[in-house]
Ligand binder design. Structure first.
Ligand code: S3P
Length: 168
């Protein structure tokens, strides 16, 4: 049987991309990020896609990205935080993947995204309140993961090790 994909889901700032890269090195597996896939396809940064075409258009691209990436076997998939908004994405990813939810407190997530202005959904007057609302809306979607790991105050190394332990 082919190896299942390892699929990282969770809110912006939970460490998905850094953990995915480290796991890729440690497990010698290919890593694909849905955001990078979209940027490559569109030849346009995420923030510009949101600005020029809007969120609904971005979500369509995200759905196409997930459908294409989930065809692969034995890879690590780094999902944008909003991938779980469309149930179909979760269903496709679950078919041949183990979904891992990197959960964290909103305060920790906020501290992680401060320096990075690349996230159009948080480009608002009060990002913390916005994050609380989005997290609340998405929580039940993230909870559909097979494995949940609390990444609050944890290092990327610790999270990667924990994943390796728990997928055995
Ligand atoms: C989004 C998360 C981002 C990116 C886009 C929308 C979201 O990815 O896909 O800005 O809706 O949570 P990261 O979770 O990798 O920051």
């Amino acid at each position: 049987m082919e190896e299942r994909n390892i699929v990282l889901i969770g809110f912006m700032g939970s460490g998905k991309s850094s953990v995915a890269r480290l796991l890729g090195q440690q497990l010698k597996r290919e890593v694909i990020s849905s955001d990078e896939w979209i940027v490559d396809q569109e030849q346009c940064p995420i923030a510009e896609i949101f600005r020029n075409k809007g969120e609904a258009y971005f979500r369509q691209l995200e759905k196409k990205a997930i459908a294409a990436i989930a065809q692969k076997q034995g890879i690590i998939i780094d999902c944008g935080g909003g991938v779980v908004l469309q149930q179909e994405n979760i269903d496709i990813l679950k078919k041949n993947g183990l979904l891992i939810y990197l959960a964290a407190t909103v305060e920790f997530l906020y501290s992680q995204i401060q320096a990075n202005k690349d996230r159009p959904l948080l480009n608002v007057a009060d990002p913390l309140t916005q994050m609380k609302q989005l997290l609340e809306q998405r929580e039940s979607q993230y909870e559909q993961a097979d494995i949940k790991i609390d990444s609050t105050d944890k290092s990327i190394d610790w999270i990667a090790q924990e994943i390796v332990k728990r997928i055995k």
